[in-house]
Design a protein around this ligand. Structure first.
Ligand code: APR
Length: 169
């Protein structure tokens, strides 16, 4: 699987699946979640609302992934995953690994060949970019994935430099 690190807006990526850094409610939010919902259109929220709650207020537990159509996005699928809120604990790494891993597993199940990730948990959830990029590198490198390409689409210049350095070193 080819690894590509790009700077920009993930909603513009022409890939089979775009990964959304969602929250457990899966009813939208700010950051990349807000950008994806705006670009995908109102049908996305309607679809998310129809997904069952695994417990009150939780449609996608932290570390898990859910798939929806891309609606108005050029991407066929959106894979919603929930990263951990950074607390500086070992558990954070395990949950972030799970978010990347489960997104890729779901992509394989849906025969996705190209996927784009944002910097999951590195915004509102406060995960440091360097550590998050190292977690992502471990997940993509430690398994043989049945995908052709994984892109990491990073919004800000300084963050992009960190991800590029770590994922393409
Ligand atoms: N394209 C690519 N990356 C983006 C975009 C975009 N259009 N918009 C924001 N980002 C970047 C942010 O700069 C950050 O580096 O995505 C990264 C993840 O930040 P958040 O979107 O805040 O996601 P996260 O830290 O995982 O927090 C999730 O925030 O938006 C809410 O509903 C979401 O409650 C959830 C929480």
């Amino acid at each position: 699987m080819r690894i590509v690190v790009k700077k920009g807006d993930i909603t513009l990526e022409d890939v089979d699946a775009i990964v959304n850094a969602a929250n457990e409610k899966m009813l939208g939010g700010g950051g990349v979640d807000g950008a994806i919902h705006r670009a995908a259109g109102p049908e996305l929220l309607e679809y998310c609302r129809s997904l069952p709650e695994v417990r009150p207020g939780v449609r996608c537990p932290t570390g898990k992934a859910r798939i929806t159509p891309g609606f108005r996005l050029s991407a066929k699928w959106i894979i919603h995953t929930v990263g951990p809120i950074y607390r500086g604990k070992e558990e954070d790494k395990i949950l972030l690994e799970a978010a990347f891993y489960n997104s890729l597993r779901l992509a394989e199940i849906y025969d996705v060949k190209t996927i784009a990730f944002p910097a999951i948990s590195c915004g509102v959830y406060g995960y440091p970019h360097k550590e998050a990029a190292q977690v992502a590198r471990g997940v993509v490198r430690n398994h043989v994935w049945d995908l052709r390409e994984a892109r990491f689409v990073i919004f800000a210049d300084k963050d992009f430099e960190i991800w590029k350095e770590i994922l393409q070193s």
